[in-house]
Write a protein that binds this ligand. Structure first.
Ligand SMILES: [Fe+2]
Length: 327
């Protein structure tokens, strides 16, 4: 779906660019160079040729800018040759403009490409920082990193098919990846306890959504994800924790995450149960629609081909060590 919308966006950009080139060329060709008043308009409109190379640079980078400048060069030069076949002074004047188009195209193309590559580096650095946070928890509670990465991809798959816009999906992906980061604040004797937790220990463990929220909400670009982390153990019927949120009070990202998290928990091998297959997991999720899960999210889940889930599971294989607690 994401690829389709990107391809659609590219086609729209291409259409806008093509229309702009045709419009500028038509204005240039159709507005006469005489009398003097019209010639002045003609000269002003000629400056519009600077727009397509810059627009192409913004839309498609340096290669797009070069190709577009090439197209307008052909149009512009043929106009100069046909309109003033003998007027070499006018042709020299237009040659100056022509050099300007190429400078505008090449410089803006280079700058837009550079900006894109800087943005990509920044995004990679953010991703690595977030993975480092997950790894910090992984060092204490084994295999949480693989679980977090799988759950992030499951949640993103659900969000995509649920029609969540791309900007929101990015936040939801971060929230899913960092959902249990608050467990860093849980003492070892509780986090790593091999036996069942006492009531007091459970209460301590159940503080982790709030601790995660407190940690993340201080960081500007993680505020949206922090809300999701805070709500990742809430149930649709209000029987979850820590706040007992109900229905739409729970952020959509957390409602999507809940289905993804349970799917991962029951299809992965754990010390306290054997993994089940996709069909059994789907039945389990369906049986909790409206209680644990948002029925609309369950409906989306059931529409997704099982192969999509299995592909993600294969991407992040467990090594055999697991979290000791299931809370
Ligand atoms: Fe959790």
């Amino acid at each position: 779906m994401e690829r389709n919308s990107e391809a659609f966006g590219k086609r729209i950009n291409l259409l806008i660019l093509g229309c702009m080139i045709v419009l500028v060329s038509l204005l240039h060709f159709l507005i006469p160079a005489e009398p003097h008043t019209l010639h002045k308009i003609h000269i002003v409109l000629r400056k519009l040729y600077f727009l397509p190379p810059v627009m192409a640079a913004a839309m498609f980078g340096l290669r797009g800018a070069i190709f577009t400048t090439l197209v307008i060069s052909v149009v512009f030069i043929s106009h100069a040759i046909f309109k003033w076949p003998e007027n070499y002074l006018e042709q020299a004047n237009q040659l100056g403009e022509f050099v300007g188009f190429w400078l505008a195209g090449l410089v803006s193309g280079y700058l837009f490409d550079r900006q894109r590559s800087l943005m990509e580096s920044l995004s990679d650095a953010n991703e690595e920082t977030l993975l480092a946070l997950v790894s910090a928890l992984d060092m204490r509670e084994k295999n949480t990193r693989l679980h977090s990465q799988r759950v992030r991809d499951y949640t993103l798959l659900l969000a995509d098919r649920h029609g969540v816009p791309k900007v929101e999906r990015n936040i939801i992906g971060i929230g899913a990846l960092l959902h249990d980061v608050g467990k860093i604040a849980v003492p070892d004797h509780i986090l790593l306890k091999p036996a069942d937790l006492t009531e007091e220990e459970q209460a301590e463990m159940r503080r982790h959504p709030m601790e995660g929220y407190r940690l993340l909400q201080r960081i500007g670009f993680l505020k949206g994800a922090a809300e999701m982390v805070y709500a990742h153990h809430e149930h649709y019927d209000g029987n979850g924790y820590p706040r007992g949120l109900k229905g739409d009070e729970i952020p959509l990202g957390a409602r999507l995450f809940m289905v993804a998290d349970v799917y991962d928990a029951i299809t992965s091998s754990r010390p306290y149960h054997s993994p089940v297959d996709y069909d059994a997991a789907a039945n389990e999720i369906f049986s909790k629609s409206g209680s644990h899960f948002d029925p609309a999210v369950v409906e989306t889940f059931l529409k997704i081909d099982s192969k999509a889930w299995l592909t993600i599971a294969e991407r992040y294989q467990d090594s055999g060590a697991y979290p000791s607690t299931s809370i």
